[in-house]
Design a protein around this ligand. Structure first.
Ligand code: ANZ
Ligand code: ZN
Length: 838
């Protein structure tokens, strides 16, 4: 007889599913549709352990839903624009496309070997002109709606990569990719107006509550950073030089505060030193000091600046501003602890109740005035600002109020006087989308000296990337490499026909990934961005699967795109991903795998040694999907042995001669009960994403079937087993194959064939559960201590001795009567008796 060999099974079934399009959805309306999606991979070279885990998880969901009778869309594609391809091309003197598409080939065949239930006919690449044409088209729609715009702005600049970085690509003041300290540079850049959607991005999270991990929602909420407060206007006193000049009204500066209740405690003002406002305000005498101070800031990251433990520095501006409630003149300072692009870039400082203000006041010798009595000691003495609730003091008509009453009251007073108003402020910034790089979708705009910024008309899209470019030509030079390709840059204006130049920036690759899940509904449509009817049929995504590293940007940007497209009446839903599953990481020895630690595990080697199924099963079995898997703690060898045991069951049934369709009714009852209980529980567990428990239960079922076939080996009575011909055995082994199809597709497919069925097991359908077989047969177990009955327990007939002993010892009545006495012996006669000897 044949021995189990994963290599033989991979050989037998490899390519079968693609050839037969097993995983293409029917899309004919006969079944309820469900869309499950794994975050699409970047073609970095080959699959790694992280992919292996994430895609194993997503595949469980997809295959489970198929078995449950849904029409499942489970597509796959490639996030194939981006910097690594460009860097590789520079090194190899090649075009980025070469490296990219070669990697995709390699990675694709690895994915196919890995047996992912993907519909490959929908495969897409964001770097294909057929795709990025529509990325450009979408940019035009945003542009037409005023949601894409340009502005000069200081940007994070990596001097090594010679590129602009988004805030989130700056990690501890350094470039996320190369670690070079990031500097600032002023550039004219493209932005998406995501801030216009701040409120809706927050509100719509209600739809996601309970379906997305709470920590992801918290990160999104925090990133959007909604703060309620007030804008307060302070009249700036004229300088000596301008005082009394005709027609020189004092100007106002407006601050954002979440604590208008503390207005009477404001003792000075601070403006962001790097904001133009500081230069506007400073008097002649202090200008030089300010300029020197600003120079020094260029090398300090925002994170450092905001660190509460950073010592406070700043420059007096030689000016005062008038507190609108008290008429008091407050000295104005510039400092780096106030950020230019948050709120209004200026604050009223209330040192008694804000620690950073207090640190600054103590450093500079400024007044500290307490206006909220919290019962704690005076911050001026302790050096610790008090931020809790209490009663207002030293605050005129606000005296005696609590914080929560004083805030709206202060806003009312400001409103009445026309010197302030309630407002909401967001931490969220507009999305900087231009990149001065080559390997991305060119921004479809032409700059004309007469017409200005002209969108390239739809029928002229895509704006293709130049083909014959390689190596040095792609090297960063402080502007986009496209700018150096004159033949590409020079064009005619679509509006007036005159000479014009193309925009030379390309789009952030997050733009590509903000809509790919929609394109999957009609990926081969060359006439439109997507077929609305198909999108309406399939979207939103029912289950999205991916790493927590995308908790903020990718998800936020996709949510923004969805809302904007909804407003353009292109789609009918407002949230793209109904549910989100963040799989854990694969570690080795308790640490993330890394080159520097040398603890990387090569996926290819694992697959060659243990087989695809064993690796996949190990990933799933190791832990709940959200938890990390430590590869040092798992046993793919053990998984392989288990799979062989399961497979041999099918072999036994095959040789027993029973046929598919055999009525299981006459089968042995306790095995049938085990099968039906396992299947029923598995469905519940899968719905709860407890995939690892389903594997454990499948293992129990396999053991149960083996015992039933062979009989209790070594039993004194020499009970013989059922043999493999019992209809209950066939029923059980079919269930095993279907359960395993979620985790170990090759083994399951082969078992299914041995059981006499047509492939594919992926389409077998979830086994029907007979409720009557779920009724657990129970027994009453008597628990005795020194021969006296202390408790009676209802237990399953087939409870193990160990489980029964544990249950008995955990009983409250038993514990009470033991009263701490030392147990000498426990005699168990499952399922009826436990005798405790003390
Ligand atoms: C006066 C005050 C008194 C404040 C007090 C706090 C406590 P969130 O909640 O994060 O929105 N602030 C405003 N703009 C700032 C900027 N550009 N850079 C640094 N700090 C800024 O924080 C809002 C508070 O942060 C504002 O309320 C302001 O200080 C400060 F007892 O105003 B507060
Ligand atoms: Zn023109």
């Amino acid at each position: 007889t044949e021995e189990y060999s994963f290599a033989a099974l991979e050989e037998r079934w490899g390519g079968y599913w693609e050839q037969h399009r097993t995983f293409a959805p029917l899309d004919d309306g006969s079944l309820e549709r469900r869309y499950v999606l794994d975050m699409f991979p970047y073609p970095s070279g080959d699959l790694h352990m992280g992919h292996a885990e994430a895609f194993a998880m997503g595949d469980v969901v997809a295959r489970y839903w198929m078995q449950q009778g849904y029409d499942v869309l489970h597509p796959i594609g490639w996030d194939s624009f981006g910097l690594p391809a460009e860097n590789a091309a520079i090194k190899r003197n090649a075009h980025p496309a070469e490296w990219t598409y070669k990697n995709i080939d390699t990675q694709k065949s690895s994915f196919q070997r890995y047996g992912i239930s993907a519909d490959w006919s929908r495969e897409l690449h964001t770097s294909d002109p057929e795709y990025y044409r529509w990325t450009q088209w979408l940019f035009q729609q945003f542009h037409a709606k005023g949601l894409a715009y340009r502005k000069d702005s200081p940007v994070n600049w990596c001097p090594k990569d010679q590129t602009v970085l988004a805030n989130e690509q700056v990690v501890n003041g350094a470039c996320e990719r190369c670690g070079t300290p990031v500097t600032k540079k002023s550039l004219n850049q493209w932005y998406f107006r995501i801030t216009e959607y701040a409120d809706r991005l927050l509100e719509d999270m209600q739809q996601l509550e309970g379906h997305w991990p709470e920590r992801v929602l918290a990160m999104q909420r925090n990133w959007i950073g909604r703060s309620e407060g007030a804008h307060v206007d302070f009249r700036v006193e004229p300088t000596a030089a301008t005082a009394g000049q005709n027609g020189q009204p004092g100007r106002d500066i407006t601050v954002f505060t979440t604590r208008p209740d503390t207005l009477f405690g404001a003792t000075f003002m601070v403006v962001a030193a790097d904001a133009d406002l500081a230069l506007d305000l400073v008097d002649a005498e202090h200008r030089e000091a300010l300029e020197t101070y600003r120079e020094g800031l260029k090398n300090v990251s925002e994170i450092e600046r905001q660190a509460t433990d950073r010592s406070k520095t700043g420059v007096f501006l030689g000016r005062h501003a008038v507190n609108p409630l008290t008429g008091e003149k407050l000295p104005m300072w510039a400092s780096d602890y106030v950020l230019a692009d948050y709120g209004t870039g200026a604050i009223m400082a209330v040192p008694a109740h804000d620690q950073r203000d207090l640190d600054f006041a103590r450093t500079m010798g400024l007044d500290v005035r307490r206006v909220l009595d919290t019962g704690e000691e005076d911050p001026a003495v302790t050096g610790t600002a008090t931020t809790g609730d209490g009663t207002l003091v030293n605050s005129g008509e606000l005296d005696g109020l609590a914080k929560a009453e004083a805030i709206p009251r202060a806003i009312e007073i400001l409103d009445e006087r026309g010197t302030g108003r309630g407002t909401v402020n967001y931490r969220l910034r507009d999305w900087l989308l231009s990149r001065q790089r080559f390997w991305g979708a060119p921004i479809p705009i032409v700059h004309c000296s007469d017409c200005g910024e002209v969108p390239v008309p739809e029928d002229q899209l895509p704006i293709l990337l130049p083909q014959d470019v390689a190596g040095e030509q792609l090297a960063p030079k402080g502007k986009s490499p496209l700018a150096g390709i004159e033949s590409w840059v020079n064009t005619t204006c679509p509006r007036c026909g005159g000479a014009a130049r193309r925009d030379t920036d390309t789009m952030d690759t997050f733009v590509d990934s903000s809509w790919y899940y929609m394109r999957f509904a009609s990926p081969n449509d060359d006439d439109q961005v997507f077929d609305r009817a198909a999108v309406d049929r399939w979207l939103p995504v029912e289950q999205y699967v991916g790493g927590v590293e995308h908790a903020i940007l990718h998800l936020l940007y996709s949510r923004f795109f969805t809302k904007a497209l909804y407003d353009m009446d292109l789609i009918s839903f407002t949230e793209p991903f109904k549910a989100l599953l963040n799989q854990g990481q694969v570690l080795n020895g308790g640490k993330a795998m890394s080159k520097s630690l040398g603890n990387g595990v090569d996926l290819g080697e694992q697959l060659d040694t243990f087989g695809v199924d064993a690796v996949r099963l190990t990933m799933i079995f190791a832990s709940p999907p959200e938890d990390d898997v430590d590869w040092a703690d798992v046993s793919p060898g053990g998984s392989a042995k288990f799979l062989a045991r399961a497979w041999r069951l099918a072999q036994d049934v095959e040789s027993s001669g029973t046929a598919p369709g055999t009525d299981p009714d006459g089968g042995e009852r306790s095995l049938r009960q085990l099968t039906h209980r396992t299947v029923a529980d598995a469905a519940r567990l899968l719905d709860d994403h407890k995939f690892n428990v389903v594997v454990a239960r499948t293992m129990e079922l396999v053991n149960g079937v083996r015992k039933a076939i062979d009989g209790a080996a070594g039993d004194a009575g020499g009970t013989s087993g059922l043999g493999a011909g019992d209809p209950a055995v066939r029923e059980a082994v079919e269930a095993v194959a279907i359960l395993l199809s979620l985790f170990a597709p090759y083994t399951a497919e082969d078992m299914w064939a041995k059981l006499g069925h047509e492939p594919s097991v992926a389409r077998a359908g979830w086994p029907a559960v007979d409720e009557a077989l779920l009724v657990q047969d129970t027994a009453t177990a008597v628990v005795q201590i020194k021969g006296k009955v202390r408790d009676r327990l209802e237990v399953p007939m087939d409870i193990s001795a160990a489980d029964l002993e544990q249950l008995a010892l955990a009983s409250e009545a038993v514990q009470r009567s033991l009263d701490g006495a030392e147990i000498r012996k426990v005699i168990v006669r499952e399922p009826k008796l436990v005798n405790i000897v003390v």
